[in-house]
Design a protein around this ligand. Structure first.
Ligand code: FPP
Length: 241
C-alpha cells in the first residue's frame, strides 16, 4: 500500500551489523557474511528508493574496521568493487545519487576508482541520495570540522561568535553534501551502541535496535521497521500537547 510521505522518515541511517555472526552460524568464512550483507544492502537500497525515502546513509566500513584481518578487509573492498560493477547502472536508472562519506581516498586503488566512477555517474540524479560511509568515524569528522572552523577564524573569515550549531553542522561531511540529520537510526544484530557513527547528527533521531542479523534483514521487515517510525512522538525536547 502506498504510504503518505509524512509517515516516512526523510533520512534513514543504518548500522549494517552482524555479517560475521551470520557467517559463523553457518560455519562459513566471515567474508561470505559480508557477501550476504552486500546482497542485503542492495535490496534495502532498492526498497528505500521505492518507499520514497530521500536519504539513506549506511555504515559500510569504520576507521576501526582496519583492525580486522587483511583477508577480511581485502574481502570487503573486493565486494565493494563487485557491488559497483554489478549495480551502478541500476542505481543510475533508478535516479539514485551516491555520495561517499569518510576518508575513502585511502582505500585500495580499485575501490577508489569505482567510487569515483559511481559519484561521477550519479551526480546529476535527483532521486534518493544514497550515502555510503567508508573509512568513516564521527569523531574524526567532528575534529576536521572544528579544525576547518578554527582556520577560518585564524584567517579572519569568521569571528568566534559565528561558530554556532548551524556552522558546525555545515562543516561536517553531511553538511557539505546538504544531508539533513537522520530521522531514524536502525542498527541490526542486537548490539545497542552507536560505534562512532554520526554522533552530532543523531542528537534527535529515533532509534531502532533489532536482533536480526544484517544479512537476514529482508526488505519487507525493513519496511515495517521504517514505518513503525510514524508511531513515534518526536518532540525535539519540547512538548506536542
Ligand atoms: C558489520 O558486520 C559489517 C561490516 C563491517 C561491513 C559491512 C559491509 C557490507 C554490508 C557489505 C559490503 C558492502 C560495501 C559497500 C563495502 P560485522 O562483521 O561486524 O558482524 P559481526 O559483529 O557479527 O562480526
Amino acid at each position: 500500500m502506498a504510504q503518505s510521505k509524512e509517515n516516512i522518515p526523510r533520512h534513514v541511517a543504518v548500522i549494517m551489523d552482524g555479517n560475521g555472526r551470520w557467517a559463523e552460524k553457518r560455519k562459513l568464512p566471515r567474508v561470505m557474511g559480508h557477501n550476504a550483507g552486500m546482497r542485503s544492502m542492495r535490496e534495502i537500497v532498492r526498497r528505500s528508493s521505492d518507499m520514497g525515502i530521500e536519504y539513506l546513509t549506511v555504515y559500510a566500513f569504520s576507521t576501526e574496521n582496519w583492525k580486522r584481518s587483511e583477508e577480511e578487509v581485502g574481502g570487503i573492498f573486493r565486494l565493494l568493487v563487485k557491488f559497483v560493477d554489478s549495480d551502478l547502472e541500476e542505481l543510475y536508472r533508478n535516479n539514485v545519487r551516491v555520495n561517499v562519506l569518510g576518508d575513502w581516498r585511502k582505500l585500495p586503488a580499485a575501490a577508489v576508482d569505482r567510487l569515483e566512477k559511481t559519484i561521477e555517474r550519479t551526480k546529476e540524479n535527483d532521486g534518493m541520495c544514497f550515502n555510503i560511509c567508508l573509512n568513516y568515524g564521527s569523531r574524526a569528522e567532528i575534529t576536521d570540522a572544528v579544525r576547518e572552523l578554527a582556520q577560518k577564524v585564524k584567517s579572519g573569515e569568521i569571528e568566534p561568535e559565528d561558530i554556532d550549531e548551524q556552522a558546525i553542522s555545515g562543516a561536517l561531511l553531511t553538511g557539505k553534501f546538504d544531508i539533513p540529520d537522520p530521522d531514524l537510526l536502525i542498527r541490526t544484530s542486537g548490539e545497542i551502541r552507536i560505534s562512532n557513527y554520526l554522533l552530532w547528527q543523531i542528537a534527535y533521531s529515533e532509534m531502532i535496535f533489532t536482533d536480526i542479523l544484517w544479512p537476514d534483514l529482508d526488505p519487507d521487515t525493513y519496511e515495517e521497521l521504517v514505518l513503525s517510525y510514524k508511531d513515534r512522538d518526536r518532540r525535539f525536547g519540547g512538548r506536542n500537547k
